[in-house]
Design a binder for this molecule. Structure first.
Ligand code: 13P
Ligand code: 13P
Ligand code: MG
Ligand code: MG
Ligand code: MG
Ligand code: MG
Length: 370
């Protein structure tokens, strides 16, 4: 039977501020998920953290959007929140927007990346976790993995990748989705996903007739934007993604290579600034410089009948050191712009703004310009 991998995350309290997850929360999460594993609901799990985000990676046989699994995640976040409250951590329960669980965790605050697939003879899997940015931050790297021949040599030289992939893209403002074929529709795909605050890659599928079943996703990104649920832009949507690799898919190194750029993403301080995304080791995923710069960690696994053999801390590789140095230089350069765009986000993308209040106070003093 097929395996389902569910990566569900929430910020249930920062230590201190928005910097990291307190170990007590990780212990609590491990305790709750251990029970679910003993009960046989979960095959396996790993609790991880990126910045102030608590990350639950779970494997099971129940499929995606499954109430029982989502309930376990919700219960874990609630118990971790109680722990966070008892320690008076910052923003305890930040991402839990609803009081009661009602069958599906999507739209309730946590981010969700799940996929169900047939486990291959060898199944390399990468869990990417980002802090201080938004789901659109995955557009560029996922595109480059599955569509850019300058990144993924296999698209050109491996017959099993040569036909390309199908991209499922969501319009997160209009709640619509479209499936697009690459490379045939590459320029149209880029026209959408370049606008990363609106069009977000949700899943990637193999094409029919290839090595892998075309109805089983090979990559999935959490696209939960909390402003949909909260009504106002709260922007606490630090994203996660799952990507499968090798044998008809990008090789592990092709999956990681896009992060050597340190591309610009929005988020950072108060969710309202552009800055470079730093790939880093697990132990360095505690963003404190201006609450950043934004971080991404990559946990590598081989699946073994649903067991998670890992994690390997993939960005701990010294080969990403130069990326990190460049990110630090860009950090200085961007910071020097202070409150000016494009370091500060344009008005419509900021998590909050004082401008309406400022304008109100100045209303009497504005006069016609010539
Ligand atoms: P596979 O076809 O086994 O994925 O080989 C590609 C590879 O590992 C090159 O780095
Ligand atoms: P988080 O989204 O990681 O909670 O950070 C929010 C923030 O305001 C950082 O300055
Ligand atoms: Mg936080
Ligand atoms: Mg966060
Ligand atoms: Mg955001
Ligand atoms: Mg955030």
């Amino acid at each position: 039977s097929k395996v389902t991998v569910s990566l569900i995350k929430a910020d249930v309290g920062g230590w201190p501020g928005h910097a990291s997850v307190h170990p007590a929360l990780i212990d609590k999460a491990e305790e709750v998920l251990s029970e679910a594993k003993s009960a046989g609901t979960l095959i396996d799990f790993k609790v991880m953290a990126c910045g102030d985000d608590l990350e639950l990676l779970m494997t099971h046989r129940l499929g995606t959007d499954e109430a029982e699994i989502h309930a376990i995640a919700w219960e874990t976040f609630e118990k971790a929140t109680a722990e966070a409250k008892s320690l008076k951590l910052y923003g305890a329960g930040q991402d839990l927007l609803c009081d009661a669980f009602s069958g599906n965790i999507r739209g309730m605050g946590p981010g969700v990346a799940e996929m169900q697939f047939t486990e291959r003879d060898a199944e390399p899997l990468v869990a990417f976790m980002m802090d201080k940015t938004e789901p659109g931050a995955f557009n560029l790297p996922i595109f480059r993995m599955f569509a850019d021949p300058f990144n993924t040599a296999g698209l050109v030289i491996d017959p099993s990748l040569h036909n390309g992939f199908i991209f499922e893209i969501w319009d997160i403002l209009d709640h619509k989705k479209v499936f697009m074929s690459c490379p045939e529709e590459m320029y149209n795909i880029l026209a959408l996903i370049g606008a990363k605050s609106r069009y977000v890659i949700k899943r990637v599928y193999p094409k029919p007739g290839g090595k892998l079943p075309s109805e089983e996703p090979v990559a999935v990104v959490s696209t939960e934007k909390l402003y949909q649920t909260a009504g106002t832009y709260v922007g606490k949507d630090d994203p996660v993604a799952l990507v499968r690799a090798q044998s008809g898919l990008p090789a592990l190194g092709e999956v990681l290579e896009p992060f050597a750029l340190g591309h610009l993403v929005s988020g950072w301080m108060r969710g309202s600034h552009n800055g470079p995304l730093m790939p880093c080791a697990f132990e360095d995923a505690h963003p404190t410089r201006f609450d950043g710069p934004p971080r991404v960690i990559a946990a590598g696994f081989q699946l073994c009948n649903g067991l998670l053999i890992g994690p390997v801390d993939l960005f701990a590789d010294v080969a990403f050191d130069l990326t990190r140095m460049r990110v630090l230089e860009i950090t200085d350069y961007m910071r020097a712009h202070g409150p000016f765009e494009p370091h500060r986000l344009p008005l419509e993308d900021m998590e909050y703004t004082t401008l309406p209040h400022v304008l109100k106070r100045l209303a009497e003093r504005f006069e016609p310009a010539e």
